[in-house]
Design a protein around this ligand. Sequence first.
Ligand SMILES: *[C@@H]1O[C@H](CO)[C@@H](O)[C@H](O)[C@H]1NC(C)=O
Ligand SMILES: *[C@@H]1O[C@H](CO)[C@@H](O)[C@H](O)[C@H]1NC(C)=O
Ligand SMILES: *[C@@H]1O[C@H](CO)[C@@H](O)[C@H](O)[C@H]1NC(C)=O
Ligand SMILES: *[C@@H]1O[C@H](CO)[C@@H](O)[C@H](O)[C@H]1NC(C)=O
Ligand SMILES: *[C@@H]1O[C@H](CO)[C@@H](O)[C@H](O)[C@H]1NC(C)=O
Ligand SMILES: *[C@@H]1O[C@H](CO)[C@@H](O)[C@H](O)[C@H]1NC(C)=O
Length: 718
Amino acid sequence: MAFPLVHFLCILLLLLIPHFSTAQSQPHKNISLGESLTAGGDESSWDSPSGEFAFGFQQIDKGIFLLAIYFNKIPEKTIVWSAKTKNPVQRGSKLQLTGDGWLTLTDPIGNQIWKPDTTGAAAAYGAMLDAGNFVLAGWEYPRLWDSFDNPTDTILPTQILNWDSKLTARYSDKNYSSGRFELALRSNGNLVLYTIAFPLESANSDYWSTETAGSGFQLIFNQSGNIYIIARNESIIYMLSSDAGSEQDFYQRAILEHDGVFRHYVYPKNTSSSIERWGMQWFTLSFKPPNICEITQATGSGACGFNSYCRIGDQRPTCHCPRGYTFLDPNDFKKGCKQNFVSQNCSDPSLEVDLFMFDEMRYTDWPLSDYEHFQRVSEDWCRRACLGDCFCAVAIFRNGDCWKKKIPLSNGKFNPSDSGIALIKIRKDDSTLKPEDKDEEKKNRLTLVIVGSLLLSSSVFLNIVLLGGTFLLVFCFGYNVKKKNQMYSIMPGMNLQSFTYSELEKATNGFKEELGRGAFATVYKGILALENPTFVAVKKLDNMVREEEKEFRAEISAIGQTNHKNLVKLLGFCSEEKHRLLVYELISNGSLANFLFRKSRPNWYQRMQIVFGIARGLFYLHEECSSQIIHCDIKPQNILLDDSLTARISDFGLAKMLMADQTRTTTAIRGTKGYVAPEWFRNQPITVKVDVYSFGILLLELICCRKNFEQTWRTKIR
Ligand SMILES: *[C@@H]1O[C@H](CO)[C@@H](O)[C@H](O)[C@H]1NC(C)=O
Ligand SMILES: *[C@@H]1O[C@H](CO)[C@@H](O)[C@H](O)[C@H]1NC(C)=O
Ligand SMILES: *[C@@H]1O[C@H](CO)[C@@H](O)[C@H](O)[C@H]1NC(C)=O
Ligand SMILES: *[C@@H]1O[C@H](CO)[C@@H](O)[C@H](O)[C@H]1NC(C)=O
Ligand SMILES: *[C@@H]1O[C@H](CO)[C@@H](O)[C@H](O)[C@H]1NC(C)=O
Ligand SMILES: *[C@@H]1O[C@H](CO)[C@@H](O)[C@H](O)[C@H]1NC(C)=O
């Protein structure tokens, strides 16, 4: 019954979108000889007839412009092509199609800084086409030059990549000069991703390939948003991305990004109903390779710079330094890390053995950086071997195998299924560390070290006195002293950190990037400047009852004591005047709702694992915590998925804090329409079974991959 209706509505919707068919038949607006554009001037772009694309100057920094083609109708003005000039384009630079048919870009003084290669032929006119292609037409050849044949890092629907053409990633998100990742369709038919020996252009080995050598002919991004490789006989031999929304609903682009990942993005057009669902932003539809951190190449540093390691989080790779190392350039994480201590004296390493120690890191490895390998040894043996060897920077120990690694470490990766342990050799006395932006943290660590060594070295009597003193201090002042200067103080008695409001404001960059919004809170993305910068989700409660500080802390402490692999971990909180914020670990893969209610069904096995995960998490909250926790709002939006698609229950324990509010105002029942257990309506006491009811609804949704109710018919159509 439902399906014919949906189809009918689909067709109706298509018919109602007015400019869909007219846009394409419009003639091109010609750019005739003599026309020009000026960077920062009144006339600074040539638009396509539909206005969706523009060719012209885009300001990327103060007084710095880029000659680019960009999406002109979305606020981001996303760049899809740019002219590779040696020096940045200054205000007042001029692009002109000269009277005799040459397109030239000149700086304010009049020196030519760029021109397209038209193989010596003059142009008759130029045109910015609706597909996003800027063409120069000759007197004899209709296409002297076009931007589609000279791509930078992006391809668009209807664009084709031929043999021996390539995309070069930009250096960083906002720096458009060439970076060190490239994608090419080799003349043997293989589409490959590889790094180059930056800043030269020679290729290192490939880190991903379609393995279509011998048959691949063209890479096609077709009008309906499928990206694939065809053979000479036009049959599709490799699908890179499919399942895009329809072309009239979405803008699309595929880009080799600065992190080395080739991503297919879509952006809902204003006319489409999908704005509600996707929001006004670029949304990643698919990407290759699946995990760029897995790069292992004999030459080059890997996905991140030397001495750093790569970690996939939030679907994107990030680069980190091991302990004892800091970024070479704090503004450019890709340049790698440097040792922050004086390395071991090689003339007599045995004398310095006592000055070094190991920082243990699990799940981390730098394959290919080893220079020695020992088998059937103990971890202790491995540690001693590395300590006594001035070349050894890191030792990896895994099931009786011991590898010594040397500087610079390359191809570093964080991999949760790695069973080995990385022993990072660092100097104990880090007095040579240059304090950078972590002054505070270091001071804290130093005082801790001093107290620690005092405790260890002094007599029993002194110990008791010191301990007693510390205890008294904490007891008397712990709660009342405003912890202003301390960096991320720890809440006594548990692992929670207490943040000030300004610390969190800083961590979230002024609450800039919103991750989601609920009835009583808004969630922002943040980054804590700990030893390894950690991404966090900061939840700002806005409907909180003005309750006693003590009560809030009691609640927080109950939540803070939970620890289960199917729960989202609470890292800290802030309770300052009227502000109540919670800091959670950031779970990378979004919510179960996004995962479940998208166009293609997730597979049955994954769904089953998710069900088990939620059930385990709930069982823990209900039966295994010292104080029983009722969630009260189990729904797909509150289940998050991590890197490995493990279900993580979020927002538990908030119910109690909010319930006080509810009983007073008696407005609504705590929970979400469609998931609320019947006893709420019957004034019966609420037990953990309300969660079981909601879980049942959720289970049905997981089995069928559809919502238990639809808000509007439009959401269903996508
Ligand atoms: C653009 O210029 C070409 C060549 O002069 C001409 O054939 C074509 O009709 C022009 N198109 C428009 C829309 O002016
Ligand atoms: C962009 O990166 C390149 C390569 O590191 C560098 O030479 C250039 O100065 C950077 N440009 C800007 C505007 O930062
Ligand atoms: C087209 O070419 C591919 C690879 O060369 C081959 O596998 C396929 O069978 C061919 N298809 C047809 C219809 O000839
Ligand atoms: C694009 O490719 C897909 C997959 O081969 C095909 O189903 C679709 O019809 C193509 N669309 C156009 C407009 O050619
Ligand atoms: C979307 O379209 C509506 C009506 O056509 C218009 O009022 C609104 O400003 C548009 N929004 C954007 C972001 O373009
Ligand atoms: C290394 O040790 C040797 C011998 O103990 C000493 O002479 C030399 O100065 C040391 N070098 C450094 C850089 O400390």
